[in-house]
Design a protein around this ligand. Structure first.
Ligand SMILES: NC(=O)CC[C@H](N)C(=O)O
Length: 437
């Protein structure tokens, strides 16, 4: 287990720990005035942290609450720590996926965020070598109700807590995740601070949450690759489920890495693409020199309006070759076409979001992870809204056929999540095919 000092210093050096130097906007400066600190886990923990339930049952396995989550609204949630120790600031989002915590932990789009799993039991399948969606865990921390005391899975190589400790990611459990989720749904996303440092008062942690912001910050630069590379791995034969006609054809795709998930690359390779992955700041002219059949703009963390350089890159590429945007990529395309993005109340995070494909009049259950969305009203004529999220009618997909553009606000590669939207990779192949005719 990492020591507290090591974890704290590593986390302090993280680009997500303090963003004041790069902050361009703040939603809190004028609104945050005074907050009453309220302990929210009183039914489980007394003020000294020991468990004292209403039934008087004192012998619970967790006797000491050694961690706190302090939210920007002044609520304090006592919890038990696992993974790394230290103090970390982030934005709390809730994820409704029932499985796939390892893919969620390694999805770079969660940079700067604490992921709260609404599924109350986490950790029972441990960690394996195959389910990583990137090389690293970029998220701020993990919040779970009940941490499985044992692991049982044929692929498991280590328990979740050891894995998080090695990667210096804080986790807390034994916290009322349902109450926090209800609060996030009512109030909207909340910033917070996770801490195992007993020398810091609740007020210290509350102040930290107020002095930090995620809005207006370029988080892509902290997660993109340093240099271009070729991607060659397909979906493993034991997991492949799509045997469509496009498989076996060769298209060269340049994939902009804004925090790309490996399964996007695997699904494109399985669909017949040779892929060159390039960093987020790679010049459009250099990408076009590679003579691609198409360009993919990937998913990625943070505020899409905080990365104007990426919007410029998209502007320079659209119209020249077919493009496909996923999540952040979709938001950048929306802006490049003249539209605007906005921050949603609490976003969409989970593997159970119904989406209607308007053109096919078909509903797909999709995997989603985003806090921002494109405002369809802001888009110019000619841009089609192709998909709608059926939970809140927000824009979930765009197309601009005249310029060979397609994009989705959600994750067709799933991982974790259902495979309903996988056929969209074949649609991108068709777009590239038709552009060649
Ligand atoms: N998965 C993603 O690409 C996330 C997009 C963007 N960072 C958002 O939160 O809306």
């Amino acid at each position: 287990m990492a020591t507290r000092a090591a974890a704290t210093s590593l986390l302090s050096n993280s680009p997500f720990f303090s963003s004041s130097s790069r902050r361009t906007t703040s939603r809190n400066e004028s609104t945050v005035k005074c907050f009453t600190i309220v302990r929210c886990s009183a039914s489980l923990s007394t003020s000294n942290g020991s468990i004292d339930t209403p039934l008087g049952v004192k012998d619970r396995p967790w006797k000491i609450a050694d961690a706190r989550l302090v939210l920007e609204d002044g609520s304090v949630w006592n919890a038990k720590s696992f993974g790394a120790t230290g103090t970390q600031v982030g934005e709390v989002v809730f994820n409704t996926s029932l499985t796939g915590y390892q893919e969620i932990l390694t999805d770079p789009s969660y940079a700067g965020q604490f992921v709260l799993m609404t599924n109350p039991h986490i950790g029972n399948t441990g960690i394996n070598l195959d389910d990583e969606e990137s090389q690293q865990c970029f998220l701020g921390g993990l919040v779970v109700r009940s941490l499985s005391p044992s692991t049982s899975n044929w692929r498991c190589t280590e328990p979740l807590s050891d894995y998080l400790a090695k990667r210096n990611i804080m986790g807390i459990y034994d916290v009322d995740t349902r109450a926090i989720t209800r609060r996030l749904r009512q109030e909207g996303s909340l910033k917070g601070v996770l801490s195992t440092d007993g020398s810091k008062t609740d007020k210290d942690l509350l102040d930290m949450s107020h002095n930090w912001d995620i809005v207006g910050v370029d988080l892509i630069s902290g997660v993109t690759c340093n240099a271009p590379y070729e991607w060659v791995d397909k979906t493993g034969s034991e997991w492949e489920f799509n045997t469509s006609d496009s498989v076996g054809k060769r298209f060269h795709v340049v994939a902009y890495d804004f925090g790309i998930k490996h399964n996007i690359l695997r699904r494109l390779t399985s669909a017949g693409c040779k892929i060159t992955v390039v960093p987020s700041t790679w010049k459009a002219s250099e990408a076009l020199k590679l003579n691609p059949d198409g360009v993919l703009f990937s998913n990625g963390p943070g505020d899409p309006s905080a990365v104007p350089y990426a919007v410029e890159t998209v502007k320079e590429i659209i119209g020249k070759v077919p493009v496909f945007g996923i999540c952040m990529g979709h938001q950048l395309i929306g802006q490049a076409l003249g539209g605007k993005t906005f921050k949603m109340k609490f976003g969409h995070h989970g593997g159970n979001h119904p989406v209607r494909d308007i053109r096919k009049n078909r509903v797909e259950i999709s995997a989603q992870n985003h806090n921002y969305a494109v405002d369809p009203e802001s888009l110019p004529e000619g841009v089609q809204v192709t998909h709608i999220n059926l939970n809140d009618d927000s824009c979930a997909g765009l197309a601009f056929p005249a310029l060979n553009i397609m994009s989705l606000q959600y994750h067709p590669e799933a991982s974790p999540g259902p495979h309903d939207s996988d056929s969209v990779f074949g649609e991108f192949i068709t777009l590239m095919e038709q552009a060649k005719l």
